[in-house]
Ligand binder design. Structure first.
Ligand code: HEC
Ligand code: HEC
Length: 95
């Protein structure tokens, strides 16, 4: 292989790594904060349908900014995967 080919390959690796880094950066699920009044009755076993009553992207609460956004990881659509596994319950005390 020529030296130039190697250099080209190295640049590709750097660029792709950088794009991957950008796509996962800042994607940290916020906790389900129990100090929010609407979250008061939420328990570990609360079904995801309850969350979707308020947070569904189309049919959620009026405040659109609190609904699931189009940038949300697609995993939320997996009906066997609880929201709480990413959005950990956070009690007022353990803040
Ligand atoms: C009765 C309606 C309601 C239900 C049910 C509900 N939420 Fe919420 N949720 C809200 C409201 C309203 C806010 C915004 C509160 C605020 O910003 O003050 C919120 C905020 C959040 C946030 C943080 C968003 C932010 O901007 O900080 C997450 C994460 C969240 N909820 C997840 C969940 C999960 C997971 C469930 C199910 C276990 C759930 N919610 C059930 C109404 C609800
Ligand atoms: C695979 C992990 C995962 C699952 C499962 C998941 N979420 Fe999220 N959620 C995230 C991440 C990561 C973000 C931040 C997305 C972003 O910054 O673009 C987020 C953001 C949110 C937000 C917006 C908060 C904000 O600050 O914008 C709400 C509301 C929310 N999720 C609700 C839910 C609900 C309701 C469910 C279940 C139906 C759910 N999520 C399932 C990882 C997850």
């Amino acid at each position: 292989m020529k030296k130039r080919d190697l250099l080209f390959a190295a640049i590709c690796v750097v660029v792709v790594s950088f794009l991957i880094f950008l796509s996962i950066r800042g994607k940290k699920p916020k906790p389900t904060n129990l100090s929010i009044p609407e979250h008061q009755n939420i328990k570990d076993l609360t079904p995801r349908e309850r969350c979707l009553d308020c947070h569904h992207p189309q049919t959620g609460i009026n405040d659109v900014s609190k609904r699931i956004k189009s940038t949300h990881p697609e995993k939320w659509q997996d009906i066997k995967f609880s929201c709480i596994r990413c959005h950990k319950l956070q009690t007022a005390e353990t803040k």
